[in-house]
Design a protein around this ligand. Structure first.
Ligand code: 7RM
Length: 654
């Protein structure tokens, strides 16, 4: 797609100033923000160095802030040493070990509260278990867990001993888990007998067994948390129960001090090919980003009850459940289940029960809950809420206004935060006491983040109605460091387009007269389904792996709740099913994709044709397929189609 194709259609002119009462008490007001921006502009590395000194505890202080001698590989604070779990836990104990770290609620209503002292103890114990299993600094541990405190404990335990974790979302299938075990070369897998979600039990251990059975890499041990109590097979010598393993283990575990650049984790995310990318993050720079954004964007204060609804399987759950809130010494809420169990008031019931003050969720959840009307939230006391946030995809102004009016009672600022797995933390987002918001815009880049919008040649786009490539022009501490095991892919995907000068996010955006950013969508073949990134190629690879499928092309189309829905065009090896008789095969293929990737990747609709429309050079005409999926009039040139007759089939008319 060339940037000239990216014309903006969204016009929104409402603007909301920071509420006076909020601004007066905020950590960062307008004046403070101006000072931060000035400091960052004057001395980019000095700005980050000062924050790294004040916001993090170091075992060995760093002497060099940024090593930029080998772009686009950057090292931040590289000769300093610290420990992430120390910064999240130990350093708060001296202040107040009895402070609540985690407030947990299971889908069935069970609750648990862990103080900092308890979380510290559990983390140390589990770290000692990992050590006993032979895990040492640099080893990879896969975490495939429900949303329970032990998921965070396992992550923190890895960080404590310098092991690199890779959390795999519990909604992913055995096959997806297998790919990640192999790519990461995992030594240990931490899982559970199952988890509760939407009234069902997610059979995590069964999936883990199947993944390992088919994996070329064989993890030495599987630690299993008892969560549901379902009977599951245990493999003697390989598997051990979490509760058995921690029994009798010491509460003490000296942190392993690691270099600032030591990888904290690998998190797999979708790109434009079928193979997920292992995004590799650092220790110090990443952690610094989480703390600064907790304070700037979430305005986190000691008495806040912070709830980010994301699963720890996504980057949002890493930065704003497992690390950021703890590094900032806050109290974080974790909820295991679905937003609609037992009914669509669950989120608001949790907000009321735990006194949530800062609430962060995805536009898809807001849209889904909005559908149930204003009466449901009206049943709950939401008066403790003071700040709301969104992430994952552009929020449509209608959902923004509903969130503002019905949940925030026109009193809470809304922070629309643009960022990615790769950026580690918020990049473009309002600082709520300082920046006016506009529904649908993520507003302006944070201090120390040098974002821009450029054209095909890398020149800034200055017209406010023109879109372009969203790029970041200077390195920032929490940026990804590479793609695990595939540095070439790091270079190709993020840097080569503009000769290694700019980080290319893969999103298109425009900037209005006030300098506000409006994200317009992905430039590559990546779908955003319910705020989750999925490569069209991933879904295509899954489809063609089915014995009846010869070829497949997958495109996105707008979906009122999910943001984007999945539409698949399939060419079969044998006969095309006659119109009206495709139901059974469609269900089979949908179930197949769920098995290959996970239920989130199931196509909403599948259409069968004799061929796919291709250009003379053999490229699938995706634009045409998108037009058809949306049911729009075809304006593209179709004269190069070898078989114009397939148009009728693609439109489902023949
Ligand atoms: C945090 C996360 C990243 C992609 C990104 C965008 C889209 C995320 C917003 C957004 C518009 C937002 N990581 N995206 N946040 N688009 N406004 N506030 O979602 O790696 O899973 O996805 O999500 O396209 O590139 S992610």
């Amino acid at each position: 797609m060339s940037s000239s194709d990216i014309d903006s259609i969204l016009i929104e002119d409402r603007q909301f100033e920071p509420p006076a009462a909020f601004a007066a008490a905020a950590r960062v007001d307008e004046k403070a923000l101006a000072a931060l921006h000035r400091a960052a502009q004057k001395d980019h590395t000095g700005f980050w160095a000062a924050l790294a000194q004040t916001e993090l505890d170091w075992e060995t202080p760093f002497t060099q802030t940024l090593d930029d001698s080998h772009p686009p590989h950057y090292r931040w604070f590289h000769d300093g040493r610290l420990n992430v779990s120390w910064n999240c836990l130990d350093r708060h104990l001296t202040m107040d070990g009895d402070k609540t770290a985690i407030l947990f609620e299971g889908e069935k209503g069970d609750t648990r509260r862990l103080t900092y002292a308890e979380l510290h103890r559990e983390t140390c114990r589990f770290a000692n278990v990992l050590k006993q299993l032979g895990v040492v600094k640099g080893d990879r541990v896969i975490i495939y867990m429900p949303m329970v405190p032990e998921a965070v404990i396992a992550m923190q335990a890895c960080a404590r001993i310098g092991a690199i974790h890779s959390v795999v979302f519990g909604g992913f299938s055995a096959n997806a888990l297998k790919d990640r075990i192999e790519d990461a070369g995992a030594k240990v897998v931490v899982t559970a007998d199952g988890g509760h979600r939407a009234g069902k039990i997610i059979a995590l251990k069964a999936a883990a067994d199947s993944a390992i059975e088919h994996s070329a890499v064989k993890p030495e041990h599987v630690v299993v948390l008892k969560r549901t109590g379902e009977a599951i097979p245990m493999h003697a010598g390989r598997d051990l129960w979490w509760h058995d393993a921690v029994a009798g283990v010491s509460d003490d575990c000296e942190p392993v001090w690691v270099e600032a650049e030591h990888p904290l984790y690998i998190l797999y995310t979708s790109g434009s090919t079928g193979k997920p990318k292992g995004i590799q993050h650092s220790s110090a720079g990443y952690l610094l980003g989480t703390v600064t954004t907790m304070k700037w964007v979430f305005d986190l204060r000691p008495d806040d009850i912070f709830w980010c609804t994301a699963d720890v399987g996504w980057v949002t759950g890493h930065s704003y459940v497992a690390y950021g809130p703890l590094a900032a010494g806050g109290t974080v809420v974790m909820y295991e289940g679905a937003p609609t169990v037992p009914d669509a008031g669950r989120f608001w019931a949790i907000c009321q029960r735990h006194g949530v003050t800062v609430f962060y969720t995805a536009p898809t959840a807001i849209r889904a809950l909005m559908k149930f009307g204003d009466e449901i939230p009206a049943r709950y006391d939401l008066s403790r809420l003071r700040l709301l946030g969104t992430v994952g995809e552009p929020i449509n102004p209608e959902a923004w206004m509903w969130y503002h009016r019905v949940i925030g009672k026109e009193r809470c600022p809304i922070v629309d935060t643009w960022w990615q797995t790769e950026t580690g933390v918020h990049m473009i987002a309002p600082i709520p006491g300082a920046v006016a918001t506009k529904p649908g815009s993520c507003t302006i880049p944070l201090p120390g983040i040098d974002a821009d919008i450029v054209d095909e040649h890398g020149n800034p786009v200055t017209q406010s109605d023109k879109g372009g490539y969203l790029v970041i022009k200077k390195p920032w501490p929490s940026m990804l460091r590479t793609v695990w095991g595939d540095d070439q892919r790091y270079l190709d995907t993020y840097w080569s387009k503009f000769d290694n000068r700019y980080y290319v996010a893969g999103d298109s955006a425009r900037r209005d007269e006030d300098g506000y950013y409006w994200i317009m969508g992905r430039i590559d073949d990546v779908l955003n389904v319910s705020g989750h990134r999925l490569g069209t190629m991933e879904v295509e690879s899954a489809l063609v792996a089915h014995h009846r499928v010869a070829e497949a092309a997958v495109v996105g189309r707008p979906d009122a709740i999910k943001g984007e829905g999945i539409f698949a065009y399939v060419v079969l090896k044998g006969e095309r099913p006659t119109l009206g008789s495709e139901q059974k095969l469609t269900e089979e293929l949908r179930a197949w994709v769920a098995e290959q990737i996970g239920a989130i990747a199931k196509p909403d609709e599948i259409r069968y044709s004799d061929n796919l429309p291709k250009t003379r050079s053999g490229k699938i005409m995706r634009r045409l397929l998108r037009t058809i999926a949306r049911g729009e009039e075809i304006t593209q040139d179709t004269s190069t189609l070898e078989n114009e007759g397939i148009l009728g089939q693609l439109r489902g008319k023949e």
